[in-house]
Design a protein around this ligand. Structure first.
Ligand code: SF4
Length: 143
């Protein structure tokens, strides 16, 4: 089970999540259409319900609507970290080091100093920092 709060999605397989239901809400869920998988509560303000509930309907699309950004928390190398759901696990596809760069030799003594520093900072702070631009890049194919 996942719970979406604002623009963050919490996955019960990663960390405990709970919804606390009133008896009326339990009854509403029991009467949901068999194919329905989402149950939502939102403030009954004009902002959410105008234009035939357009804003809350879009929010419930759970990132399926173009342009909506969803974030989630998951365990990565032993630490709980936040990530954009649509970019989770994709850092190597966007990192110049993994292009590959001829200087990128992870785990070796002659690894690129810039890449090594980047790696050590990632380990120190539980971050993932793909190299987007680099003045030292050499495409491995050009060697
Ligand atoms: S030179 Fe730049 S792109 Fe190449 S391995 Fe080092 S940091 Fe990565």
């Amino acid at each position: 089970m996942k719970v979406k709060v604002g623009n963050n999605v919490y996955d019960g397989e990663i960390e405990p999540v709970m919804v606390i239901l009133s008896s009326g809400e339990r009854e509403q869920i029991a009467n949901m259409a068999p194919e329905a998988t989402k149950y939502c509560m939102y403030p009954a303000t004009e902002d959410w319900i105008k234009d035939d509930y357009a804003k809350i309907k879009a929010w419930m699309q759970d990132g399926e609507e173009e342009g909506e950004v969803i974030y989630e928390k998951y365990e990565h190398h032993g630490a709980m970290v936040w990530v954009r759901t649509d970019l989770k696990g994709l850092h190597r596809q966007h990192c110049l080091c993994f292009a590959p760069c001829a200087k990128f030799k992870p785990g070796q003594d002659d690894n690129c100093l810039l890449a090594q520093e980047n790696y050590e900072m990632c380990v120190r702070h539980n971050m993932t920092l793909p190299v987007w631009e680099c003045p030292e890049f050499i495409a491995a194919m050009s060697q």
